[in-house]
Ligand binder design. Structure first.
Ligand code: C5P
Length: 328
């Protein structure tokens, strides 16, 4: 199950990267408003989660579950307010960063979340990482950076501020690391609330918050041209795929963890770069091959340590608990 989710997240992320790049970089008369895309992604995710919750219950019990787990437990619902709001800020910041940084720089810097997730894992979840694991994370970071470095050279475009883009991506990475670990703590905590219901709870906050962001940032365009300005089939596909990606992240956090999620996304970067070979006539260089090898090496390094811990536990006759088994 865990492996299947990680493979799915890797494939999902590879297509996501190509789609989002294509939707923003192509020549169109009307470019869609990114805050609207973020809001619609939240709406779509909410509908998917409601549908999935409804699949598990009869219609009557579905309404009852919504009432008891959302309205009648305001404290429990409020717990997810923090990651919900953070994810909205993060998703919008990533669009800001992508507008000010060239694609390669944006993707290298956004790999900072490998470290922020690891640091918050240690601080919030109190899991310790040994030197080999930190080393594997560092190798992963260098590998992904090399893969991206071989990308296009930065374009000198007017109106772009690399400093703004850099600050946006660094803040977004810190938020991603914190929100992911916080959500993992809530999800693997004691309250028996399903993953999909947790996401419906998040939607209670994220939908109004992302809608307000449209009017705070893009009210002029939206008032003049409407919410769906620039929306064509490619944009809809990107929004839908973003939603599926968000829910895949949620499933990955539940069945694996945030660090495993970042490894899957790093492999996705390599796959999407390979995808560009066919789609955008991209030619891989030695730097790319070196970076890709380092990423694969880091995965073996990180997971071989985990397998060793599991094997040692078995040798000593220790049977890991379900929670530990997930971590392993
Ligand atoms: O990898 P990263 O932390 O950046 O991924 C976070 C993404 O996953 C955000 O777009 C967030 O909205 C989405 N997500 C979600 N539901 C969760 C957790 C994350 O939609 N329960």
């Amino acid at each position: 199950m865990k492996t299947a989710i990680l493979i799915w997240l890797t494939l999902q992320n590879s297509i996501h990267t190509l789609l989002i790049r294509y939707s923003r970089a192509r020549e169109v008369d009307a470019m869609f408003v990114s805050t609207v895309a973020v809001w619609l992604t939240e709406v779509i995710k909410c509908f998917i989660c409601l549908f999935l919750v409804a699949q598990e219950e009869t219609p009557r019990r579905f309404i009852h579950a919504l009432r008891t787990q959302i309205l009648e437990q305001p404290y429990d619902t409020l717990k997810v307010c923090i990651p919900a709001m953070i994810y909205i800020v993060q998703n919008n910041l990533f669009y800001v960063a992508a507008s000010h940084l060239d694609a390669a720089t944006f993707m290298i810097t956004s790999q900072l979340k490998i470290f922020t997730a690891a640091i918050f894992t240690v601080i919030i979840l109190r899991r310790s990482l040994n030197r080999t694991q930190w080393f594997a994370l560092a190798v992963l970071f260098v590998g992904v950076s090399l893969v991206q470095l071989q990308g296009t050279k930065a374009k000198e475009s007017s109106g772009e501020s690399p400093f703004v883009g850099f600050v946006a991506v660094v803040v977004a990475c810190c938020l991603s690391g914190f929100a992911g670990i916080y959500f993992e703590k809530i999800l693997k905590g004691s309250a028996p609330v399903s993953l999909w219901m947790r996401n419906v709870q998040m939607a209670v906050f994220s939908i109004p918050a992302s809608f307000s962001a449209i009017y705070m940032q893009d009210s002029k365009t939206v008032n003049e041209y409407g919410l769906l300005y620039g929306f064509d089939s490619i944009v809809w596909l990107t929004v839908l795929w973003y939603g599926v990606g968000g829910l895949s992240v949620a499933v990955c956090i539940k069945y694996a963890d945030n660090i495993a999620k970042n490894f899957a996304t790093s492999v996705a970067i390599i796959l999407s770069t390979i995808g560009s070979i066919f789609l955008f006539d991209f030619i891989p260089s030695f730097t790319f091959l070196l970076g890709a090898s380092l990423v694969i090496f880091s995965i073996f390094l990180y997971s071989s340590h985990q397998s060793m811990v599991a094997a040692l536990g078995r040798l000593r006759g220790e049977i890991p608990s379900t929670k530990e088994a997930f971590c392993l």
